[in-house]
Design a protein around this ligand. Structure first.
Ligand SMILES: C[S@@+](CC[C@H](N)C(=O)[O-])C[C@H]1O[C@@H](n2cnc3c(N)ncnc32)[C@H](O)[C@@H]1O
Length: 278
């Protein structure tokens, strides 16, 4: 992550001067700026707002307008908290990682951020009208416990919205499909819950949510912008011995060639599930 120097020639008063050098943050920034990511976040806000529509547009009992408050679990650098605030919705960001919270507080000084674990969020029962977790549940080995806690902190009629990718289901066009499958699955195996997204519906139903539905928004990336991620995918598989150095080199060369020749193709189905707390 490059930090911005406010006194330099590229000074931008709206950007904090010091952010942690944090690889995940840099990757998230790149992903979250994509138009398809902007669209997906907007969809999550619309699904959260259905609580208000169902309640006849009354908003929260504590007067929050137009719905909420919303707990954004695994808030990262606080983008959704800020976007919800811009829509007039009070949102609280919760994250385990102090570096993420530091970035969130720098970027959004008026935002409300708390450190805590999605498995034991530090909030009273029925505190929220909305609960959102974007690219987070795959990081839990016990997503059912996270969803049970989501139900606890939501008040009756409150909405939960989960979104994220299924790590086994990332499509990459490549000259060597077998090696590609190995790479994608090796990366998936490093995630505690690689297939949690395909279980969102079951998780919500099992936790007693009603009106549960699932949508998918497939991100198709053909501009080569995911090349650094693809290179990382291959290099980490080589580093842990899943593929050979020669296989790694050839796969990366193929991906570079595709990017240079405008023949890159990566597709990532992003699942979105929503439900209402009875
Ligand atoms: C991939 S990032 C997504 C961040 C943000 N939601 C976004 O869409 O840009 C996952 C975030 O979840 C946080 N996280 C992971 N496990 C968590 C847990 N058990 N409780 C709270 N936050 C968690 C990580 O620290 C990280 O900031």
């Amino acid at each position: 992550m490059t930090s911005t120097n406010r006194t330099g020639p590229d000074a931008r008063p709206d950007v904090p001067t010091a952010e942690p050098d944090h690889t995940l943050l840099a990757r998230l920034d790149a992903v979250d700026a994509r138009p398809d990511a902007v669209r997906l976040r907007a969809r999550t806000y619309a699904l959260l707002a259905e609580a208000e529509a169902e309640a006849g547009g009354a908003g929260g009992e504590d007067g929050d307008a137009p719905f909420g408050p919303v707990l954004d679990v695994g808030c990262g650098a606080g983008l959704a908290v800020a976007e919800l605030a811009a829509r007039g919705v009070r949102a609280v960001g919760l994250d385990l990682d102090p570096r993420m919270l530091a970035a969130a507080e720098l970027r959004h000084p008026t935002g409300e951020f708390r450190r805590g674990d999605a498995h034991a969020p530090p909030f009273a029962d029925a505190s929220f009208g909305g609960y959102r977790a974007d690219k987070v549940l795959h990081e839990s080995a016990d997503p059912a416990a996270v969803v049970a806690q989501a139900r606890r902190v939501l008040r009756p009629g409150g909405r939960i919205v989960l979104t994220g990718q299924d790590w086994d289901t990332i499509l990459v066009d490549a000259a060597d499909p077998a090696l590609t499958r190995t790479l994608v699955h090796a990366r998936a195996d490093r995630v505690p819950g690689p297939r949690t997204a395909r279980r969102y519906r079951a998780l919500l139903l099992d936790a007693g949510f009603r009106d549960v539905r699932v949508e998918v928004d497939t991100w198709v990336v053909v501009d080569g912008s995911l090349l650094p991620l693809l290179v990382g995918l291959a290099e980490s598989a080589r580093a842990n011995g899943t593929i050979t150095a020669d296989g790694c080199r050839a796969w990366i060369a193929d991906q570079r060639e595709r990017a240079n020749a405008d023949r890159s193709f990566v597709a990532v189905p992003m699942f979105v599930a929503a439900g209402t707390r009875p």
